[in-house]
Write a protein that binds this ligand. Structure first.
Ligand code: HEC
Ligand code: HEC
Length: 388
């Protein structure tokens, strides 16, 4: 008994001692040597103790966690923001994909190298719940890249973007040359791969790791859905169920969204219900979208984008024709054109459907779309510009 008491006493002292010690010791893992870090610090703002690219999703998404390689994602982050990787050193991925705009830009058509203009509106990389699990090969149930769904991986998409003469105008061998000439890449490559050999695959894998780590799951909508969570059934059937933290308008907008828009744009934490569709913007398109690749039966058919952070990513549609969400809602209310390829979802009795929303309904839809804005993602340091 005596022994036990003194053992307990000993353990308590040890515990008290170790817990106060823990407060005092500041353990930071130094990733780079002092010399390497000094070189990096001349150009970059990245910390010696890298950001963690691990996510824990809300319980309505099974509280799953997903981890990305911090070294590889950090290297990709530097490349994403590096203007040296464009022909005239004026443009980076971030020029057209800005963090504060959910990685879209605010132009109808973006500006690339030598003031050239892209032929389509920049797509918001922050418009999805979980980039890595959303995009990919359509045969594996994933959503391909671009307005015409023409690329199946970020690597493929990035290769096309680097090389696109209106965007960065850099075939991969030139990208490699620029990476080889920068002292910071030598250090980042060594840390990531064990040696500083520059290859096409390493570059594309790094950009891909960073872009894949983009995740928008912390909006007001997510918070409410999480509060509401009991089981999978009840989070997939949210029409007519009021969210306690939503205003009356937001709840009405939610119900309108689920019944009128969800058949295409899908549940906002998952995939769109339709991968591609024609939504009747006009009778005769200048840009035929998927039809440009596959022929007239798909003229005017475009990717159905998901709508996370949609309040920030205007102007809207593949050609940025609508400046505001009011204009978008007016289009669906009574502007849909009876295009030969118009989706059956927007047709009634052979004619284009008009939802004829009242002003209250229009305001409600927009109030609901605003709940998709994810301030946490927009301010998250691990996605921010690392250049000084
Ligand atoms: C000059 C502007 C510009 C630059 C620079 C640019 N992008 Fe884009 N990005 C666009 C446009 C415009 C689209 C839509 C193009 C299309 O669909 O044909 C797009 C589409 C994408 C998509 C597809 C998203 C989806 O939902 O399908 C990804 C991913 C992407 N860009 C990543 C990048 C990366 C990574 C870089 C740098 C290597 C980059 N972009 C550089 C303008 C740009
Ligand atoms: C037939 C399927 C369909 C239905 C139903 C539908 N949409 Fe769309 N939506 C699309 C397609 C396709 C696009 C892209 C069209 C393009 O750019 O040519 C789009 C684009 C949008 C955009 C612009 C996205 C961006 O990133 O530029 C918004 C906003 C939008 N829809 C909101 C709504 C709302 C609100 C409703 C319900 C009132 C709705 N949609 C109903 C198919 C649909």
């Amino acid at each position: 008994m005596k022994n036990l008491n003194s053992l307990l006493f000993f353990l308590m002292v040890l515990f008290a001692f170790s817990s106060c010690k823990k407060d005092k010791i500041d353990i930071t893992y130094e990733r780079y040597t002092a010399d390497d870090f000094a070189v990096l610090s001349q150009t970059l703002n990245i910390e010696n103790d890298l950001k963690d690219y691990t996510f824990v999703f809300p319980q309505y998404y099974q509280s799953r966690s997903i981890s990305f390689d911090s070294d590889l994602a950090t290297l990709g982050r530097v490349m994403f923001y590096d203007k040296n990787l464009s022909d005239d050193r004026t443009i980076s991925c971030a020029s057209c994909h800005k963090q504060e705009l959910a990685f879209a830009d605010d132009l109808a058509f973006s500006e690339g190298v030598s003031n050239r203009i892209t032929s389509r509106n920049s797509l918001a990389l922050g418009s999805v719940f979980n980039f890595a699990e959303y995009y990919g090969d359509i045969s594996q149930g994933r959503i391909p890249f671009f307005w015409d769904n023409r690329a199946a991986s970020v690597q493929e998409q990035s290769r096309q973007t680097f090389a696109n003469e209106d965007e960065m105008n850099m075939p991969m061998h030139k990208v490699m040359e620029r990476v080889e000439e920068a002292d910071y890449y030598e250090i980042l490559f060594k840390e990531t791969f064990g040696d500083s050999k520059v290859t096409e695959d390493r570059i594309l894998d790094a950009v891909s790791e960073f872009v894949n780590s983009m995740s928008s799951y912390r909006s007001k909508y997510d918070e409410e859905l999480d509060k509401h969570y009991v089981n999978t059934y009840n989070v997939t059937n949210i029409e007519g169920v009021d969210f306690t933290g939503f205003t009356t308008a937001e709840n009405l907008g939610k119900d309108l969204y689920v019944s009128k828009c969800g058949n295409c744009h899908g549940r906002i934490n998952g995939f769109p219900a339709e991968v591609q569709a024609n939504n009747g913007l006009q009778m005769d398109y200048d840009d035929e979208g998927i039809g440009e690749i596959s022929g007239s039966s798909q003229n005017g058919v475009f990717k159905v984008p998901t709508l996370r952070n949609i309040a920030l990513t205007g102007p809207f549609m593949h050609d940025g024709r609508f400046a505001t969400l009011e204009e978008v809602v007016d289009h669906y209310s009574n502007g849909v054109q009876n295009h030969p390829n118009l989706s059956p979802q927007l047709k009634q009795g052979g004619q284009a459907k008009a939802f004829n929303f009242t002003q209250t309904e229009k305001d409600a839809l927009i109030a609901f779309l605003n709940t998709f804005t994810d301030e946490v993602m927009l301010a998250d340091v691990k996605y921010s510009d690392p250049f000084k």
